[in-house]
Design a protein around this ligand. Sequence first.
Ligand SMILES: *Cc1c(COP(=O)(O)O)cnc(C)c1O
Length: 365
Amino acid sequence: MADRRFPPLRDELVGIEPYGAPQLDVPVALNVNENPYPPSTRVVADVAAAVAEAAMTLNRYPDREFTELRKGLADYLNVSGGEGIGPDQVWAANGSNEVMLQLLQAFGGPGRTALSFAPTYSMYPEYARDAMTTWVAGRRHEDFSFDLDHAAALIAEHRPTVVLLPSPNNPTGTALPHAVIGTLCEAVARHDGIVVIDEAYAEFRREGTPSALELLPRYPNLVVTRTMSKAFALAGARVGYLAASPEICDALRVVRLPYHLSAVTQATATAALRHADELLANVAALRVERDSTVAWLRQQGFEVADSDANFCLFGRFDDRHAVWEGLLERGVLIRETGPDGWLRVSIGTAEEMAAFRAALLEVAR
Ligand SMILES: *Cc1c(COP(=O)(O)O)cnc(C)c1O
């Protein structure tokens, strides 16, 4: 590289592939847990009108504190598992990915440790790396349930300032019981750590599965993140958010970039929240489709992890890549992720799931 005219990458970035679920143009895309239902023309019209109004003041920087959006998100959380959450307990950014990176920028850093338990969301170690935070991954039980004894031992050993856990978990779909979250909050509180419960898929949870939002009044070191990308069918808008104590929200104002949420993003999300009922209307259908996909896969003799999300993890395959490729050849794109031998399929429309089932029978038999 004699004629390179720029410095080498930071050591920890050398040879790293950028995040990359393949974005392929296929008839049936079931690989990134998107909501398959686009917004209705009514919602589109209202979003467009709100964006047009915002466009008239695009010469100015947007509201740095996204006041109206925070109020809309707080109102929504209070009908989605939370109670008495105020706008000062809400923070938002460009996707919950950015929210969680900001958490690590604020509460991680050199000499500090972030902890999760595998299999877990593949982006967490990247936030830790980007925030120069030591990354430690423990493990879950063989059936993907949470191993509290193992977790307690790792917490005592590493004293993480941030514990990051998806619930429902990606890629397994497993939700965490309240007792586990409470125990973790108490364990890390001994050294002033926080517990981040990533509820990207909360709206898809099964009847009887609680939301960690209920625990916020009891644990001041608990952070619950949510996103508009999945149940809300708004992945293209890039809006994620969290609920936590006002002090934690306030701390994030130090690390956010100036005016990080554009006027267009704020207008889009605020308008979409006015149509929450309609945007979330398809969640019920997706949950039914999820449960029947799980049941069908089991009938066919596959192992399937219980799922509270809009995807399911199934296996096991001696050569999962061959199965993934066989499905792709038939126009069905799923995700090669999770422990070796397993594959993850997002829940699409009834037609898309029928195409998935037909293709899988051809490939796996
Ligand atoms: C999809 C997903 C998110 C959401 O990401 P956004 O940046 O909000 O689109 C967060 N956490 C997990 C575990 C996810 O799977």
